[in-house]
Design a protein around this ligand. Structure first.
Ligand code: BEZ
Length: 256
């Protein structure tokens, strides 16, 4: 799992677009009253609560204790737990597993264990509805950070996994899930925070890229990243940074 340092308050106040965009994925899930739904990587529970509003009986799991603590405080009537998705064992099968903007934090080599857990957790006619960063997601941002790190002699880690349809569909199938819908699409995403929006995004989500980087270099790298990306990702009129998001969205079902 990722070592990213999450600040749940900051996540909610400055990066609310994550949940806002996730509403499309909730619509695709189309949760029904009484259905049992697992929210895999629930974060601070915003979408979990939205799914619960439909009358579904939902359980949210997340690997980060601080996120689960915040979710439980915000929505005390809902069920949340800290769990490793590779090893999660539900008491009863689910009608649906939902996941938004979480699977890309799980390292490539752990996805088969997670997908196998999902297949086991689903009822025979259940469904898995998910969205994650797809191939090429935040490629401009990642390239700029790597270039700035490289200039100063640092080697960046690989915190995210952004697969293509061609790469991920066979993994779903190999783990007993049949893909019924899949799309990979650009979704340029305006960042909150005005002029500071890009550095706030990098500081929130790019922690793992900065392992071993000292405080002074950290600041210089963030400024260097801004200068590299200003011509393509910053709109001076609206003072808004736009991240080059690409999403992989899919629906899968247990193979009969
Ligand atoms: C994403 O939702 O695509 C994403 C979020 C944080 C880091 C990388 C990607």
């Amino acid at each position: 799992m990722s070592d990213n340092e999450w600040d749940p308050d900051d996540y909610d106040s400055s990066h609310g677009f994550v949940a806002a965009y996730g509403e499309d994925v909730v619509q695709l899930l189309d949760p029904q009253p009484g259905e049992r739904v697992l929210d895999l990587g629930c974060g601070t529970g915003t979408l979990t609560a939205e799914i619960a509003d439909s009358g579904a009986d939902i359980v949210g799991i997340d690997a980060t204790a601080a996120m689960v603590e915040q979710a439980s405080e915000r929505y005390p009537d809902l069920q949340f737990s800290v769990a490793d998705a590779r090893e999660y064992e539900p008491d009863k099968p689910f009608d649906a597993v939902f996941s938004n903007a979480a699977l890309h934090w799980i390292p490539d080599e752990d996805h088969d264990a997670v997908l196998s857990m999902v297949a086991d957790a689903l009822d025979g006619d259940g469904r898995f509805v998910a969205e994650l960063g797809g191939r090429g997601n935040v490629a401009q941002i990642e390239r700029a950070v790597r270039a700035e790190l490289d200039t100063r002699g640092y080697e960046a880690g690989h915190p995210w996994y952004f697969p293509s349809i061609g790469e991920y569909a066979p993994r779903l199938e190999a783990n007993g899930l049949e893909v019924t819908e899949a799309a990979l699409f650009d979704r340029p995403t305006a960042l909150d925070g005005g002029e500071a929006g890009l550095r706030e995004w990098v500081e929130m989500f790019g922690d793992d890229l900065f392992d071993g980087v000292g405080g002074h270099d950290h600041e210089a790298i963030l400024s260097g990243v801004e200068e590299r990306l200003r011509p393509t990702l910053f709109d001076p009129e609206t003072e808004t940074w736009t991240a080059d998001y690409r999403r992989l969205r899919f629906v899968a079902a247990p193979r009969q």
